[in-house]
Every structure is written in structure tokens, then in C-alpha cells.
Design a protein around this ligand. Structure first.
Ligand code: PBG
Length: 336
């Protein structure tokens, strides 16, 4: 009888050996989170020296442009690569056709210039969608029945994206989910001398209930009322459809892909990264932020470690960067 290959009663593989000391844990670590991974979404409003707390997003404020300038300088110093801008537009400037979206002097365009003046190296990402500018809070132009009209909306979105690029946006980010908008935006940028404006396509954007606090923050919740975005945003049940959307947007000229929301959709990030191998970003959205904060405030979760773990999970899933309302706090932590 030959001797058993198994050398004894001990486990033949001790996975814990490599976990036993910090040095070997560090050596085998597969993913890291750095400030290079962070994009900070910011809400701006009219006025001066004015900051307004967003009730459902503790620690997040709407800022007037003078305060935005100060924040942009601080974020640049912390090494945060980019800010994603979201304007809070007054009711008087909203309309059925969302003309304010491409007004060269609108709040968003002034905010872009404000950041570029304060911190020229800061990347500025702007949202291409009509919801801040429509009286009904939908991302596009509607017909009498309330249906969002695709092609008419795409025309307005293209004008909006061009106006943002002309105001100095480095990245335009269509978050509207209309068909064909990436191609139309790419074409208008090329035709008007903006060949280097990057397009971050919200390709896999789901009709999610996690956006609630954001709609409070930009003040579109009331306008949207009981309306929903199911006829253009994706069904949370699907993932093949997300790959189809991403492939189309890449074909039409997207430079980067966004998956949104974030944590409940890590499987989508992984599939996009594995199958398409392009720069892929995730949005840890307002509802995800709000529920984390609620647990922190109750003392149910540890703020620092959970914040870091939640973002590291995006890296493990394959994301190249994360839009997160934690960006500033995490950058402060990582700079310590
Ligand atoms: C709208 C837009 C939304 C978000 C970013 N851009 C909301 C929506 O689609 O209704 C949500 C972001 C968040 O929840 O943090 N174009």
C-alpha cells in the first residue's frame, strides 16, 4: 500500500497563511482604490455665497458658483481628477422644449467656466439630458400623451452637448438614454471644431428607484410627480440589453461607458468590462449614498471603512472610476 499523498490531519491548503501578516496581505492584494478613481458629482445653484443642504443627502450641498470655485480648488489639491456638474435650474427657466439647455450663458455653462478658472487642470464632466430644463422633469421632449419623443429630443441634446463643449466641458455625458444620441453628439462636435471632447455615455442606465434623493437635490422630483422613465431607461431585470446598449454607443463614438446605479449593478460592470474592454465607469447614485449615510448616522455601520469597502468593490468589479458623493471625503482620507 502506497503512502497517502495527504500528509496528515492538517488542511493540505492553508489559505490563511498569506493572510497572516500585513506584508503578505499587501503583496497579494489584487485591487486598490486611489484618488485617481474618483469623480465628484456637484450640485450648483444661482446666487452668491450660498450653500443649501440637500435633506436626503447628508453632507451634500447645492453651491453658488463662488463657493464652487473654492471647492474646485480644494478638490484639485486633493488630486480628484474630475467633477460632474448638475445644475439646479429655477422654474422660470424650465419649458416644454427645454431651450435653456443650450443657452450659452446658462448656469451649467457658467459653472464650467468657474471651475476652469479656479482649477484649470480639473476635468469637467457635464450631464447631457433635459430633465433640469423641462417643466415635467422628463429627460426629453414629450408629445401630448407624455411620451418622450426620441429624435426631436436628440436634436436638442446635441445642441446642449455642443454648448457645453464650447463653454469648456472636457467630457459630455449623455444620461438621457435616447436612441442614436451618441452618434448625433459626436457628429455635431466634429462638425463644430470640438474633436477632442470626450463622450462618457450613460449606456447602461437603469430605470432605478435609487435616484430619488438626486431628484430632490436638483428639484425635479416635484415636476416629475408620479411620472416615470420606464420608456427610455432600462429594466433592472436585464443585462444582455446593457451590453447591446454599450456596443451601440461605442459604435456611435463613445469614449467611455457608464453603468448606473452602482452597487446593485456590479454584475453589469463586470460583463461590460469583460466583453467590451473599454474604459468603464460606475455611478454610486444618490440613493446608495443616502442609505449608507443613514446607517452611519445610526451608528449601524462604520463610516470610514464601509465607504472605502463600497468603492473598492467597484474596482474589483472592473470599474476604471467611480462617480460618488463620497469622493471628497475619500480623497481627504486617502491624502492623510
Ligand atoms: C438625469 C440624471 C439622474 C441622475 C443623474 N442624471 C436622475 C434620473 O435619471 O432621473 C441620478 C444620479 C443620482 O441618483 O445620484 N438625467
Amino acid at each position: 500500500m502506497g503512502k497517502s499523498l495527504h500528509r496528515g490531519p492538517f488542511p493540505s491548503t492553508r489559505m490563511r497563511r498569506m493572510r497572516a501578516s500585513e506584508f503578505s496581505r499587501r503583496l497579494m492584494r489584487e485591487n486598490t482604490l486611489t484618488v485617481d478613481d474618483l469623480i465628484y458629482p456637484m450640485f450648483v445653484h444661482e446666487g452668491s455665497n450660498s450653500r443649501e443642504a440637500v435633506g436626503s443627502m447628508p453632507g451634500i450641498e447645492r453651491l453658488s458658483l463662488d463657493l464652487l470655485a473654492e471647492e474646485a480648488k480644494l478638490l484639485a489639491k486633493l488630486g480628484v481628477p474630475a467633477i460632474a456638474l448638475f445644475p439646479v435650474v429655477g422654474d422660470a427657466r424650465k419649458s416644454l422644449l427645454a431651450e435653456e439647455a443650450y443657452n450659452p450663458d446658462n448656469l451649467c455653462h457658467r459653472a464650467i467656466k468657474t471651475i476652469k478658472d479656479a482649477a484649470p487642470e480639473m476635468g469637467v464632466i457635464t450631464d447631457v439630458a433635459l430633465d433640469p430644463y423641462t417643466t415635467h422633469g422628463q429627460d426629453g421632449i414629450i408629445d401630448d400623451s407624455g411620451y418622450v419623443l426620441n429624435d426631436l429630443t436628440v436634436e436638442t441634446l446635441s445642441r446642449q452637448a455642443l454648448a457645453q463643449a464650447q463653454a469648456g466641458a472636457d467630457v459630455v455625458a449623455p444620461s438621457d438614454m435616447m436612441d442614436g444620441r451618441i452618434g448625433a453628439v459626436r457628429e455635431i462636435l466634429e462638425d463644430n471644431g470640438q474633436p477632442n471632447t470626450r463622450i462618457l455615455a450613460y449606456s447602461a442606465k437603469y430605470a432605478s428607484s435609487y435616484y430619488g434623493p438626486f431628484r430632490d437635490a436638483v428639484g425635479s422630483a416635484g415636476n416629475l410627480g408620479k411620472g416615470n422613465k420606464h420608456s427610455y431607461q432600462m429594466d433592472p431585470a436585464n443585462s444582455d440589453e446593457a451590453l447591446h446598449e454599450c456596443a451601440l454607443d461605442l459604435e456611435e463614438g463613445a469614449d467611455m461607458i457608464m453603468v448606473k446605479p452602482g452597487m446593485p449593478y456590479l454584475d453589469i460592470i463586470r460583463r461590460v468590462k469583460d466583453e467590451l474592454a473599454v474604459p468603464t465607469y460606475a455611478y454610486q447614485v444618490s440613493g446608495e449614498y443616502a442609505m449608507h449615510c443613514a446607517a452611519f448616522q445610526n451608528g449601524w455601520l462604520d463610516r470610514e471603512s464601509v465607504m472605502l469597502e463600497s468603492l473598492l468593490a467597484f474596482k474589483r468589479a472592473g470599474a476604471d472610476g467611480i462617480l460618488t458623493y463620497f469622493a471628497k471625503d475619500v480623497a481627504l482620507l486617502l491624502n492623510q
